[in-house]
Design a protein around this ligand. Structure first.
Ligand code: TLP
Length: 347
């Protein structure tokens, strides 16, 4: 029985072209700046996102923490969404490593932060308060059904940040999903941000790595912090080679993942005992509630796994599914059949 793994798009395996590129990659010592393949990937990522420079890092988590540490000093404050990955899933890195204070405001169902909420969270100059330094956005928004944030919204937050002399960081782990879903060049989404993190090892299928992009000065300072955190890699061209293939050939195909996610959500919405909202599925992420409470969450996961389908558990009676490279229409239909059988078992 072949496994249909919908837990995340991080489970994607490198493509044959990536394996070949890894095999023949020209490499050097990247801590000395001498790995030609890393240099090529960084130049390519900077060009694609319209920034001056870029830096290869180990993971999305490292990309976000490096960006926050580069922008903020101890005691300064970051405004971010209460459902953001940085706040929920990155081990409190900004506080633990940087003495930086997270100020959360509600994420709206479409992944945005209300401009009025951001404005109200910005601190006045007063010795009692931490200094607000940074705003973080997430595009697409993982916890909000993979919602893509529009060009207009990104621009409005950038304008607000500028008006208040704040910096803006984008957790763009899935920024190419957003660009493809919205039908825009990625540069339009990144235009006003001071830094962004983009992940190579999610929907783009590279085995390892993220890239942060920003001004030359930002990247120079981030490079030092990357070294401090032990993230200076040597012949990292092995990793970058797959990243180049990811950027060159894996972005446009994300539309297939989006169509498959929609097909999955539409199918699930017709299965008694399960609830999801297909109209919210604009990229590759959906959430499913098991409304039939005769199942414990563990039983649901186990029964599905016994039928070869894996999903992730994100809260009481709530599960997440992602589509990705390696999951085609046939796998979606097989997953729907498995879900139907599991749910029938309790009727
Ligand atoms: N997300 C993972 C899990 O950690 C939840 C996933 O399976 O979706 N930003 C966003 C928006 C992310 O979704 C993730 C990973 C990261 C950052 C961190 O990337 P990594 O896992 O490379 O550190």
């Amino acid at each position: 029985m072949s496994l249909i793994d919908l837990r995340s798009d991080t489970v994607t395996l490198p493509t044959p072209a990536m394996r070949e590129a890894i095999f023949s990659a020209e490499v050097g010592d990247d801590v000395f700046g001498e790995d030609p393949t890393v240099n090529r990937l960084e130049a390519m990522a900077a060009e694609r996102t319209g920034k001056e420079a870029a830096l290869l890092v180990v993971s999305g988590t490292m990309g976000n923490i490096l960006s926050v540490l580069t922008h903020c000093a101890r005691g300064e404050e970051v405004i971010l969404g209460d459902s953001s990955h940085i706040f929920l899933n990155e081990a409190g890195g900004m506080s633990a490593l940087g003495g930086i204070f997270p100020h959360t405001i509600p994420n709206q169902p479409d992944g945005t932060l209300r401009l009025a909420d951001i404005e109200a969270a910005i601190r006045a100059e007063n010795i009692h308060f931490p200094r607000t330094r940074l705003i973080c956005l997430e595009n697409t928004h993982n916890r909000c059904y993979g919602a893509p944030l529009s060009v207009e919204y990104m621009a409005s937050v950038a304008a607000l940040a500028k008006q208040h002399r704040l910096l803006l960081h984008l957790d763009g782990a899935r920024i190419f999903n957003a660009a493809v879903a919205l039908g825009v060049n990625v540069k339009k989404l990144t235009r006003g941000v001071d830094s962004l993190n983009l992940c190579l090892s999610k929907g783009l299928s590279a085995p390892v790595g993220s890239v942060i992009c920003g001004s030359r000065d930002f990247i120079t300072r981030a490079r030092r912090i990357r070294k401090m955190l032990g993230g200076g890699m040597r012949q990292a061209g092995i990793i970058a080679a797959a990243g180049i293939v990811a950027l060159e050939s894996m972005t446009d195909r994300l539309a297939e993942d989006h169509a498959n996610a929609r097909r999955l959500a539409e199918g699930i919405s017709k299965i008694p005992g399960l609830a999801t909202d297909p109209t919210r599925v604009l990229t590759n992420i959906l959430y499913v509630d098991v409304v039939d409470r005769r199942f414990t969450d563990e039983a649901f996961l186990e029964r599905l796994a016994a039928k070869g389908v894996r999903v992730s558990h994100t809260g009481p009676a709530r599960f997440r599914m992602l589509t990705h490279y390696g999951i085609g229409a046939a796998e979606i239909d097989a997953a729907l059949e498995a879900l139907q059988e599991v749910m029938k078992g309790c009727y």
